[in-house]
Design a protein around this ligand. Structure first.
Ligand SMILES: Cc1ncc(COP(=O)(O)O)c(C=O)c1O
Length: 427
C-alpha cells in the first residue's frame, strides 16, 4: 500500500472557486520546513522503520509526493472528480485505460478522434489485445445509429469534444443517456484535453472517466509530456483497478515533471480565459477574411453547434462567459481553431511559413501560439480516405491560439493570409 492507493480529493475546499482550487489544493505548505512551494522529491525509495512500517511511500513507481500532490490538484480541478492518476503521457494514459478492458471488449469511439488514439485503437488494441473499436460520428448520427453500433460486449464509449481537428461538438449528456439505456451499460470516457477542466466538466454531465493529455493546457508551457485520468467518487473500484495498472505497467511521470505540471496548473484559469478571448478574436478575423473558405470555432455564433457549446460550458466557464460584454459574434470556447484556407496544400504551406508569431509545430495548449497542417502532421497516421471523410483536407490548418496580445495575433494571421493567398489573387 502507498499513499496514492487511498482516496485523493478535494480536502474540504470544494466550496472554493476553480482558480482558488488550482492554486491551493495539493499545494499546502510543508509541515517540516514551512516551504510554500513543494520541494521536488527525487528519491526512488523510502526508509521503513520496521518491515511494512513507512510514511505512505515505499517505491517511487507506486507513489511519490510530487505525483500525489499533482493528482490531488487534478482530482479537484476536474470538477466532480475524486480520484486522479497521472501517467507519463496522454498516450500512456489511453493505453492503460484500454488495457483495463480486457480481451474481447468492444469500444465505440467518436470517428474524429486524436490520430494517436486512433492508431492505438487500431494497431495495438485491435491487433495485439483483441479489443475492437467501431468509429461513429457521435455528433451527427441519430440515436438509432449510435445504439445499433453498441454491442453486448461494448465496455467503453470514447468521446473527444470538440474533436481534433474539425472541432465537432458532441452532446455528452445524450451519449451518456444512450449508454445508460443499453444493456451493455458501457463506461463513457471524455478526452477533455482540448477544453481543459476550465471550459468543460464532463463528470458533471454524467461521464465516468475524464482523460487529459497534461502536455497541453494543464501544464500549459510546452515543456512536459504527461497524461491523467480523473474519476468520480462512485468509481472507487475502477480507480483502484487503474491504480493497480499504473503501478504494474509503470508508465509513470517523473517527480520533476509532476512538479512542473502542478506549477502550470496553478494558472490554468487565467490562461484559459486569455486563450479563449484571443481565439474568438482570431476566429472572427478569419471569418472576415476573403482568403478563408471556412472557419471552425464552436464559440462563433455562426458555428452550427454554438448553442450546444454554450450549454455544455462548465459552471465556472459559464460564469466567465456571462461576465463579458454582450458580443453578437460569439463567446470564448477554448483556444483551438481550424480553418480551410482558399486553395490547397500550397496555400496552407505558405500560410504556415509566413506567420511571425504562430510557430509551425505539432501540439497545442501552450502559452505560445502554434499552427500546423493536420493532414500531414498530427493526423498523418489516419488513412487518406478516412481523412477525406472527416474533412481533413489539404487546405485545413489548425491553430493553437496562445496568450500573446490579441491584436498582435490577429495582425499576424491577417498578414500571413495575405502572403499565402492574397498575393496569388492579385497576380
Ligand atoms: C486530444 C488528445 N488526446 C491525447 C493526446 C495524447 O497525448 P500525449 O501527446 O501527451 O501522449 C493528444 C496529443 O496530441 C491529444 O491531442
Amino acid at each position: 500500500m502507498t499513499a496514492t492507493n487511498g482516496v485523493n480529493g478535494v480536502h474540504g475546499v470544494e466550496k472554493d472557486g476553480f482558480g482558488t482550487r488550482a492554486i491551493h489544493v495539493g499545494s499546502e505548505a510543508s509541515p517540516e520546513t514551512g516551504a510554500v512551494i513543494p520541494s521536488i522529491s527525487l528519491s526512488t525509495t523510502y526508509k521503513q522503520n520496521g518491515v511494512g512500517k513507512h510514511k505512505g511511500y515505499e517505491y517511487s513507481r507506486s507513489g511519490n509526493p510530487n505525483r500525489n500532490a499533482l493528482e490531488e490538484t487534478l482530482a479537484s480541478l476536474e470538477t466532480g472528480g475524486a480520484f486522479a492518476l497521472a501517467f507519463s503521457s496522454g498516450s500512456a494514459t489511453t493505453a492503460t485505460v484500454l488495457q483495463s478492458l480486457g480481451p474481447g471488449a468492444h469500444i465505440l469511439s467518436v470517428n474524429d478522434v486524436y490520430g494517436g488514439t486512433f492508431r492505438y485503437m487500431k494497431r495495438v488494441a485491435e491487433e495485439n489485445q483483441g479489443v475492437e473499436t467501431t468509429f461513429v460520428d457521435l455528433e451527427g448520427a441519430d440515436h438509432a445509429t449510435i445504439t445499433a453500433a453498441l454491442k453486448d460486449n461494448t465496455k467503453l464509449i470514447w468521446i473527444e469534444s470538440p474533436t481534433n481537428p474539425t472541432l465537432r461538438v458532441i452532446d455528452i449528456p445524450r451519449i451518456v443517456s444512450l449508454a445508460r439505456s443499453h444493456p451493455s451499460n458501457p463506461l463513457v470516457l471524455v478526452d477533455n484535453t482540448f477544453l481543459s477542466p476550465f471550459y468543460s466538466s464532463p463528470l458533471l454531465l454524467g461521464a465516468d472517466i475524464v482523460l487529459h493529455s497534461l502536455t497541453k493546457y494543464i501544464n500549459g508551457h510546452s515543456d512536459v509530456v504527461m497524461g491523467a485520468v480523473i474519476l468520480p467518487e462512485h468509481h472507487a473500484p475502477l480507480a483502484a483497478k487503474l491504480r493497480f495498472l499504473q503501478n504494474a505497467i509503470g508508465a509513470i511521470p517523473s517527480p520533476y515533471d509532476c512538479w512542473l505540471a502542478q506549477r502550470g496548473a496553478k494558472t490554468l484559469h487565467l490562461r484559459m480565459k486569455a486563450h479563449g478571448v484571443n481565439a474568438l478574436a482570431v476566429a472572427k478575423a478569419l471569418a472576415r477574411s476573403p482568403h478563408v473558405e471556412d472557419v471552425i470555432y464552436p464559440g462563433l455564433s455562426s458555428h452550427p453547434r454554438n448553442a450546444l457549446a454554450y450549454r455544455s460550458l462548465s459552471p465556472h466557464a459559464r460564469k466567465f462567459v456571462d461576465s463579458l460584454p454582450e458580443d453578437e459574434g460569439g463567446f470564448p470556447y477554448g483556444g483551438m481553431i481550424s480553418f480551410r484556407i482558399k486553395g490547397g496544400a500550397e496555400e496552407a504551406d505558405k500560410f504556415l511559413t509566413a506567420t511571425r508569431l504562430f510557430t509551425l509545430a505539432e501540439s497545442l495548449g501552450g502559452v505560445e501560439s502554434l499552427a500546423e497542417h493536420p493532414a500531414q502532421m498530427t493526423h498523418g497516421s489516419i488513412p487518406e480516405a478516412e481523412r477525406a471523410a472527416l474533412g481533413i483536407g489539404a487546405n485545413l490548418v489548425r491553430l493553437s491560439v496562445g496568450v500573446e496580445e490579441t491584436e498582435d495575433l490577429v495582425a499576424d494571421v491577417e498578414q500571413a493570409l495575405a502572403v499565402a493567398v492574397g498575393r496569388s489573387v492579385e497576380l
